[in-house]
Design a protein around this ligand. Structure first.
Ligand code: C5J
Length: 218
């Protein structure tokens, strides 16, 4: 079975039961002038993930392996947005440079052009930070037989971490690719990754994407 050099130790995976999960690579978070930047964040910290992700995605697709994309966002009437979330994210639903912020169907809510989902790839719309909460992700993974997840996307300490923790509690093994996940805050990126692999891999494994690509393109 393919094995990737990872922290805290080698990650061995079965090509028949592994899915690539790409979290929230949305224009609202990544585009200059968008929601993320309007909050004072440096989008370059997230945009450095695009190139490695494009390369990984091409290799993953060429190997014929399953891809799942996620998008964080809400219904136009915000009925799926808990008031507590809205109170601390009052820009949600407001008009932004790329349409209503984090609202399904708006330009900014969709995935960046470089990583546009291909026909047949699953797209999970999630109202929360984790990709399992209030979504069909569990059913999709059960149907495909996936037990191991390659986790990528943004942001490392928020939606990536929440999803990895949810997955961990559901019995999935997660490999997080350090060059394919990003945080607006360099210190959160560093500590977020350390927290995954700490204590013998308390939430999973951390590796770099070239090591994984080598294993799927042999
Ligand atoms: C955030 C996310 N940062 N996708 N969402 O609010 O991590």
């Amino acid at each position: 079975m393919p094995t990737v050099a990872a922290d805290p130790g080698p990650f061995t995976f079965d090509l028949d039961s592994t899915a690539l999960v790409i979290i929230d690579m949305q224009r609202d978070f990544l585009l200059p002038g968008g929601f993320g930047e309007s909050l004072g964040n440096d989008v370059a910290q997230l945009r450095r993930t695009i190139e490695p992700l494009v390369t990984l995605l091409a290799a993953w697709r060429a190997a014929g392996l399953p891809v799942i994309h996620t998008r964080e966002g809400h219904l136009p009437d915000l009925s799926d947005c808990p008031p507590a979330k809205l109170r601390r994210g009052s820009m949600i639903g407001q008009e932004g440079r790329f349409g209503k912020i984090l609202i399904r169907g708006e330009y900014g809510h969709d995935i960046i052009d470089e990583l546009r989902p291909a026909a047949g790839e699953d797209i999970i719309d999630k109202p929360g930070k984790g990709a399992f909460y209030a979504t069909e992700l569990s059913e999709i993974l059960e149907k495909s037989g996936a037990r191991q997840l390659i986790v990528t996307g943004v942001t490392t300490e928020v939606c990536v971490h929440t999803t990895v923790r949810e997955a961990n509690d559901r019995g999935y093994e997660c490999l997080v690719l350090a060059d394919c996940v990003g945080s607006y805050f360099p210190e959160f990126q560093s500590v977020g990754l350390q927290m995954i692999a700490a204590q013998g891999g308390i939430f999973g494994w951390v590796a770099e994407s070239p090591a994984l690509i080598k294993e799927i393109t042999r």
